[in-house]
Design a protein. Structure first.
Lengths: 787, 492
């Protein structure tokens, strides 16, 4: 550079953007249709399109394949099977078990067996239907209880224990037993799985992938091609939704595109049609939870034995950690007393289940909430009273079943605020009066809490890197290891960088996540995106501001400790200089204006052998009150009002945090109500499109939907004392499930606790209603025998 | 050949490929990638675009959102196609776009262009916009991120004021441009052999009965397609490719509505949205069905005739036709015949429509004062879902509360849309006030059919619903004056 550009004009609104409700950094481009997703990237002229050929049975051995008709189909360029993979054929993320294409064994219905490359997407898809597969079928494992009885596990079972649950259980005044079958969930990101592979010179491969984990895509592409990692670059600007469904599940399509691109020396795009996406990619794990608890006359738990059994599908994928998280959260917010929590990881011949917002936590928590409802009905208490009785506290206990102390517990505060703001008790009274005079429609109300542990439970993942450049006009480019899937991560990162440099948001540009800018990154998952990458970015920014401060102080012959960056200026006592002006002077004085940043979460450890430790840096808390109406003739229902108070620490961006809370709530509500995964008796998914799998639509948004942020700063040193917000509010929706049960229970005058296995479809609600009606009638007959 | 305005640019397209969707045209031919493919089946709304066409008086434009992923090119003919890229002017966002930004209505942003377009159509809709209108207008757009609250707020705020955008101010120019398209294609239409819409193979667009008859004679195997909301799925989902399709989109003769004192005649190519407006006026209790029929963009494309001839056992209109004893008028361009609705459905997705005939229109009787009509739809999700059970009851009740006549229609309980004929025979003579009669009637109805278990519901649930929906009907009758709540959501 021989001549510097003019510096950026000092913006008028350079007040720190931190904690302001800044709009999503891409919002203007998203509404204008100019925000580019992977499928929108202009492709090289010779781009070809790939599709996969699928297995039509759930379990068996491939004897023979006849792909001659596939090869002869119009437009076909290439067809590959597992034998054509140059390198490693297993693309599993942690433990082995996920072949890129079926390798002799068929593991689930719809498993990709071959891939085809053609001139157009339609030709590729048509050709992919023409394969003749000769498979010797075996009886598929489809039933979880059956698989567990046969010890068909993808990973060993594990137990967390505190005290002697068994002994205390029998000594308790009251005992309660129950079981819950919990449905899975399809991610239904609006943008389906897609990858574009472009071969470059020197045997390099450039991959555009809609992935939450570019570094893993990079590693797996290198492995399947049998080349080193430095030859592969993965670029990810934004996803059209992820929710965990693109943490491990994006890799297969990128790897297949890369192999076909490698073989044919052309760019290859592989975009799954929606029906294929729904069949071929993993979902939230269905769980079966069994519990036995003992409690006293006040409803306080004395002892708990909980067994959570996750249906992992055909391979381990991330299931070890997912079932662990279900176990960590089987207490939700309650002291379990003397306890044991066991987790099983069952193998079935269905698609391998994977990460989904909450990562097993929601399924675990349902056990705790089912227990609270059960105790309340048994003792004829309001369920809220029982919940409050059992919160972690000095009076009950503060140590979890895995040995972590619950400190800085925000729940008592949050519940108090929510009880008041939602008018819980007055509405409870109104509702009882309403139900007494309403024979068909019954209303229900429930307040449920959330306590969710923040950190990856795989300790090594709790690290992040960043790369920050300051250019000579004062503009700043920031790159970090996190990916943007809509959650507003890049917006918060831009706020952090702008705050550190004391400049306006418009001066910051966040570029696409790229493995050649920040290497060896963790997935954007576990709600950790901002916590980890925000700290890494602030670390990088501070390296540069320290250099600038030192340079400025030196030029004024002062100490550099008092230099401040704010309002587009750099100040030291009465001296001040425009940020960009100082940047130019520093450049001319040969001060480095670029830095990498790094962060690793402190304090966390977990000894899995002993099942004891501090797996989480901190907990995020929240609570919700939901009110529902059910139609006892059809089981149809509406969610009439929702009130939420949710702990975000000291919020970096209240608008984005509110959006995460509301969106997570509705997504959780969908999981527990209308989202109904169905397989036929052969193991084929039959709810495989949006016509048969129903996520919440706009009319499902409660007409009264009040969300408040609980903004007490995080007691731990998280980024500006904010808290992670991606996953925790998902579980606030358990209040809807409990409110439906409350409405059904009203039929028995709140004596009976209905069995309502989620998803609580209208059909399930009607069966639960009829069951409670019959049991109530039977009770009445016993109490007042007919003359 | 289709002629349309792409925003303000006239476009003439060959229809030699009958299978091309509007979405493919936008993304692949024009490189307009703002419009997204979410499902390619009309279920998510990410692909929503807006068509503008002159209103009946021809003095203004009417804006209708449609799903471009299941719209064939014929749907564009003589219309203005507006997609998300056309809304902003330079860097200045359109008011609906600005409102979405200000209310934090986009997260991942993939559904956003579809929401923008549905909101754009609502923004141009006449009258004041209430929350209920927003729900209707956006019922076909799924968002997986936001939970919708900010989107609802954005729509309410931007639609509170009358439109002032450049589409509004430039309406006279657009109307003139559309008229010019009309004129340039109109001359060719005067002589049948010159109608470029009849040159196959490809997508044929006959404009009258004679042309349609000729198309069928020339291409006897070519399917007829009206709104294409179901037919397109065979292309986008089952990967079928048609050499020729015969589009009814230009058949004005199939698009009339006549109301007389005796009844109503409705052309088969009337859209479900037009039908809904008619229903609200003459059969208000049917509005639940027509309002919850798919989503608004689908209702702008899909037609009455398409839903009836499709003969799906889970369609929501055939049960209405059965209960109302509608007459189906069929036509082959030379002669018309009238069929009773009850004689139309002959088997699973089979009808009594002979080869060479099409459904011309439907004749519906008006309700008599003693007739009570109710339509109930039960599905997993309230909006844009297919019925587990659809039940329609038309009951004549005298002043002593006795049932004098009864007609029914059901969807989702058999291989065809079906009436409970035995139930219809047994019930007259019973009182609507008689508890024993209710119990008996519920038993009759629960055992009237042998439905199947499927992805939407179990057979048992369907049988229970039949009984309980009759129970609901009786409760609603009994409580006409002393109201108890019988529904979680009310209609009409």
């Amino acid at each position: 550079m021989r001549k510097l550009t003019p510096t950026l004009a000092n913006q008028t609104s350079t007040q720190s953007p931190l904690r302001k409700p800044a709009a999503h950094e891409s919002a203007a481009r998203q509404v204008a249709g100019s925000a580019r997703y992977t499928d929108d990237i202009p492709v090289p002229a010779n781009t070809a399109h790939a599709a996969v050929g699928l297995s039509h049975c759930s379990a068996g051995q491939i004897e023979r394949m006849d792909l001659s008709e596939v090869r002869r189909a119009p437009g076909v360029i290439d067809v590959i099977t597992v034998a054509d993979i140059p390198g490693k054929t297993d693309i599993a993320p942690v433990f082995e078990g996920d072949p890129i294409l079926a390798d002799q064994a068929i593991l689930f219905h719809g498993q990709p067996v071959f891939a085809v490359l053609a001139d157009t997407p339609v030709h590729a898809r048509q050709a992919a239907t023409k394969g003749k597969l000769y498979i010797t079928p075996v009886a598929p494992l489809l039933d979880v209880a059956d698989a567990l009885a046969r010890h068909e596990l993808v990973r060993p079972s594990h137990t967390m224990q505190s005290g002697d649950a068994k002994r205390h259980l029998s000594a308790s005044t009251h005992q309660l037993e129950g079981s819950l079958n919990i449905g899975g969930q399809e991610h239904m990101y609006l943008e389906g799985q897609v990858a574009l592979a472009i071969p470059e010179e020197e045997e390099r491969m450039l991959i555009y992938s809609s992935s939450q984990h570019p570094s893993e895509v990079q590693k797996l592409v290198a492995q399947v091609l049998n080349i080193s990692l430095n030859k592969v670059c993965v670029d990810m600007r934004r996803m059209g939704g992820g929710f965990g469904g693109k943490e491990t599940q994006a890799a297969q399509w990128a790897c297949l595109a890369a192999v076909l691109a490698w073989r044919n020396r052309c760019a290859v795009k592989l975009r799954l049609a929606r029906g294929d996406d729904m069949q071929l990619t993993g979902k939230r794990h269905p769980f079966k939870n069994d519990y036995k608890v003992g409690f006293d006359n006040r409803g306080q738990l004395q002892a708990s034995q909980i067994v959570v059994t996750g249906n992992c599908g055909c391979s381990p994928d991330l299931s070890d950690a997912i079932v662990d998280r279900a176990m960590f959260h089987a207490d939700n917010a309650y002291y379990l007393g003397q306890s044991s929590v066991t987790g099983h990881r069952v193998r079935t011949n269905t698609v391998s289940n994977t990460a989904f917002r909450g990562f097993g936590g929601p399924q675990g928590m349902l056990a705790a909430e089912a227990i609270m409802d059960g105790i309340a009905r048994r003792l004829q208490f309001d369920p809220l009273q029982v919940r409050k009785q059992n919160f972690y506290s000095e009076a009950t206990g503060t140590q979890t079943h895995y040995g972590m102390l619950v400190t800085a517990n925000r729940l008592p505060d949050i519940i108090e605020e929510l009880e008041r703001s939602s008018d819980y008790w007055e509405r409870r009274a109104q509702l009882r009066r309403y139900n007494a005079h309403s024979p068909v429609i019954k209303k229900g109300l429930a307040l449920t809490p959330v306590k969710f542990g923040i950190s990856f439970t795989a300790k090594f993942l709790n690290q992040a890197g960043a790369l920050v450049h300051v250019y000579t006009d004062g503009s700043i480019q920031v790159n970090h290891g996190g990916t943007e899937m809509g959650q507003g991560l890049h917006t918060k990162i831009a706020q952090i960088a702008a705050h550190e440099f004391g400049v306006g948001l418009e001066q910051i540009d966040i570029t696409a996540t790229r493995t050649d800018k920040v290497p060896n990154t963790s997935p954007t998952a576990a709600s950790s995106g901002t916590d980890l990458n925000g700290k890494a970015v602030s670390n990088a920014c501070r390296k540069i501001t320290q250099r600038l401060a030192h340079f400025y102080a030196q030029s004024l012959q002062r100490a550099d400790t008092e230099v401040r960056f704010a309002d587009g200026k750099v100040c030291l006592d009465q001296h001040q200089i425009d940020f960009a002006e100082l940047v130019q002077q520093a450049y001319l004085a040969r001060v480095s204006l670029s830095a990498t940043g790094f962060y690793k979460t402190p304090k966390i450890y977990y000894d899995r052998e002993q099942a004891c430790g501090r797996p989480f840096f901190y907990f995020a808390y929240g609570a919700a009150v939901s009110e529902v109406s059910i139609d006892t003739l059809t089981g149809e229902y509406t969610v009439d009002q929702v009130d939420i108070v949710h702990d975000v620490g000291h919020s970096l961006n209240p608008a984005i945090d509110t959006g995460q809370i509301e969106g997570a709530f509705i997504q959780g509500m969908g999981w527990l109500t209308t989202e109904d995964l169905r397989w036929d008796e052969t193991g084929r998914l039959i709810s495989m499109n949006m016509a048969t799998y129903k996520i919440p639509a706009i009319g499902d948004t409660p007409p009264r939907f009040n969300t408040r942020l609980y903004q007490t700063p995080n007691s731990e040193d998280s980024i500006y004392h904010s808290k992670a917000v991606g996953e925790p509010p998902f579980m606030l929706a358990i209040s809807v499930w409990c409110a439906l049960k409350d409405a059904i229970s009203s039929i028995s005058d709140y004596r009976l606790d209905p069995q309502l296995d989620p998803p609580a479809t209208p059909e399930k609600v009607l069966w639960a209603v009829m069951n409670i009606q019959a049991r109530t009638q039977a009770d009445a007959d016993v109490r007042e025998p007919a003359l | 050949m289709v002629r349309f305005l792409l925003n303000d640019t006239p476009v003439t397209l060959s229809t030699a490929d009958a299978n091309q969707t509007v979405l493919q045209f936008l993304r692949e031919t024009k490189g307009l990638t703002g419009t997204k493919e979410g499902c390619a089946a009309g279920d998510c709304g990410a692909c929503t675009v807006v068509l503008a066409a002159p209103t009946a008086h021809g003095t203004a434009l009417h804006y209708t959102p449609i799903n471009s992923c299941i719209a064939l090119l014929s749907s564009l003919h003589r219309k203005q196609l507006i997609c998300v890229e056309h809304l902003s002017r330079g860097s200045r966002l359109h008011p609906v776009q600005q409102a979405l930004v200000e209310h934090h209505g986009s997260q991942c942003g993939f559904c956003t262009p579809g929401f923008v377009m549905s909101m754009f159509a609502l923004y141009h809709a006449p009258g004041t916009v209430q929350r209920e209108d927003v729900m209707q207008a956006l019922s076909g757009n799924l968002c997986r991120c936001t939970g919708y609250r900010p989107i609802i707020d954005a729509a309410l705020s931007v639609c509170a004021k009358p439109p002032t955008d450049h589409f509004y101010t430039q309406q006279p120019d657009t109307l003139r441009a559309l008229q010019a398209l009309h004129n340039s294609s109109g001359t060719a239409l005067t002589e049948e052999q010159h109608n470029p819409g009849l040159q196959g193979p490809g997508l044929l667009m006959p404009t009258n009965r004679q042309e349609l008859r000729q198309c069928i004679a020339d291409y006897p195997d070519a399917p007829l397609v009206a709104g294409s909301t179901d037919m397109s799925l065979t292309i986008t989902q089952q990967l079928q490719q048609y050499s020729t399709l015969i589009s009814l989109s230009q058949m004005q003769e199939l698009k009339f509505i006549h109301c007389t004192s005796a009844g109503i005649a409705i052309g088969a190519a009337c859209t479900l949205d037009e039908l809904h407006r008619l229903v609200c006026q003459h059969y208000p209790t049917l509005s639940e069905l027509t309002e919850r029929f798919a989503s608004l963009p689908v209702r702008h494309q899909a037609t009455l005739g398409g839903n009836l001839v499709n003969a799906s056992p889970i369609g929501d209109l055939p049960p209405v036709m059965l209960a109302l004893n509608a007459r189906f008028i069929i036509d082959n361009g030379r002669e018309q015949h009238s069929l009773e609705a009850r004689a139309f459905y002959t088997g699973y997705r089979e009808t009594a429509l002979p080869a060479g005939f099409w459904l011309s229109h439907i004749e519906l009787p008006l309700l008599k004062p003693d007739q009570h009509l109710a339509a109930y739809k039960v599905s997993k999700r309230f909006e844009d879902d297919i019925s587990a059970v659809c039940a329609v009851f038309l009951v004549s009740i005298d002043k002593h509360h006795n049932i004098t006549a009864l007609a029914t229609g059901f969807g989702g309980v058999a291989a065809t849309p079906i009436a409970a004929t035995d139930f219809e025979q047994r019930l007259p003579g019973h009182s609507m006030q008689d508890a024993l009669a209710l119990t008996q009637a519920k038993q009759w109805l629960a055992s009237a059919f042998t439905p199947i278990d499927d992805v939407r519901a179990s057979a048992l649930y369907r049988q229970q619903l039949l009984a309980n929906l009759w129970h609901r009907f009786v409760l609603q009758y009994q409580n006409q004056h002393h109201v108890i709540a019988t529904r979680v959501r009310y209609h009409a």
